[in-house]
Design a protein around this ligand. Structure first.
Ligand SMILES: C[S@@+](CC[C@H](N)C(=O)[O-])C[C@H]1O[C@@H](n2cnc3c(N)ncnc32)[C@H](O)[C@@H]1O
Length: 302
């Protein structure tokens, strides 16, 4: 039976479990780990920060035996412990040390792939050498920039650096819900031409940048034909995901936008139905970036 293990972001175990169950999968939760079977091949778990593919169950007789069996499969391993923590750590201590230093914006990603493993009980473990993230539990840390006008800039840093989705210098970008200006600041520093739209004003240091134009107004009433062709449509608007979906469709159907990056923000109950509508858009991706809170990032790159 096809099995995967998905790692939920901290505090979003329920979101991951619900998403997997709604896809038709059978799920066993072990804290942040969702051990899922019967996952439809087309469904990508947006709430999973790391997915362990083809996990194998390994029986072992001692700590040394477990470490030897893991080393025989792959050199580098990341432990996600949910039970028998001390025993698990003693096994991990017998494996080659892994380094996980903060990375630079648009810097190179770790070259070494990481296997992931967890103890199931005292004498068996679940391990996978094929994981979707090169970071332990898919958690990415950056060497930050104190100049940024808001923490939101980290979402674009992660998307651009880790997912390789990014506009080229000179790209015409629309930034919806731009204030105080973290995203606009990232895009402007990359050499993009930014139209920043928000009811609120931008931080003065950002609005002064020469490649930034501001439109202080309601983003929902802006007409595509009044803006013209756009290379990238960005939205970090605080709004209901279903309203964002309608907004995105308005701009998609205009034929004036090539690429999209949007944050789906949830308040209270997670709107899984709207998230699925976004995920269904052909060629797009929906993912909980490690920097996302109760939100998902959706993108479409032409
Ligand atoms: C999370 S903040 C955006 C942060 C921004 N991306 C950054 O990097 O600094 C959300 C923004 O959406 C704006 N917003 C919400 N509804 C809006 C609307 N209908 N029209 C324009 N701006 C709106 C708010 O004023 C707020 O500044």
């Amino acid at each position: 039976m096809d099995q995967i293990v998905c790692v939920a972001p901290e505090s979003f175990e329920t979101e991951l479990e619900t998403e997997l169950r709604l896809s038709g999968a059978t799920v066993e939760m072990r804290e942040r780990l969702a051990i899922a079977t019967n996952v439809p091949p087309s469904s990508a778990a947006a709430w999973a920060q790391n997915v362990w593919r083809n996990p194998i169950r390994i029986e072992f007789t001692s700590i040394t035996d477990a470490a030897k069996k893991l080393r025989g499969l792959h050199p580098y391993w990341s432990l996600h412990s949910t039970v028998f923590h001390r025993r698990a750590q003693l096994i991990q201590d017998q494996l080659p040390k892994i380094k996980n230093p903060p990375i630079d914006f648009l810097g190179t990603l770790p070259a070494k792939t990481l296997g992931s493993w967890t103890l199931l009980d005292e004498n068996s473990l679940l391990a996978a050498t094929d994981c979707t993230s090169v970071f332990p539990d898919g958690e990415v840390t950056f060497n930050e920039d104190k100049e940024a006008p808001s923490r939101a800039y980290m979402k674009l840093w992660e998307l651009f650096t880790v997912e390789g989705v990014r506009p080229a210098p000179g790209a015409r970008c629309l930034d919806m819900g731009a204030s105080p200006g973290g995203w606009t600041w990232v895009l402007a520093k990359m050499g993009c031409e930014v139209i920043a739209v928000d009811r609120a004003s931008l931080a003065p240091a950002v609005s002064k940048l020469k490649n930034v134009k501001t439109l202080q107004r309601n983003a929902f009433t802006l007409k595509p034909e009044d803006v013209g062709p756009i290379d990238w449509f960005f939205s970090d608007l605080i709004c209901y995901p279903k309203d964002l979906y309608d907004l995105v469709n308005k701009w998609r159907s205009s034929g004036l936008v090539k690429n999209f990056v949007c944050t789906l923000k949830f308040q209270g109950e997670t709107d899984h139905a709207s998230a699925r509508e976004f995920a269904k858009i052909t060629g797009s991706r929906l993912k909980h970036l490690s920097v996302n809170k109760h939100e998902l990032t959706w993108w479409y790159q032409a």
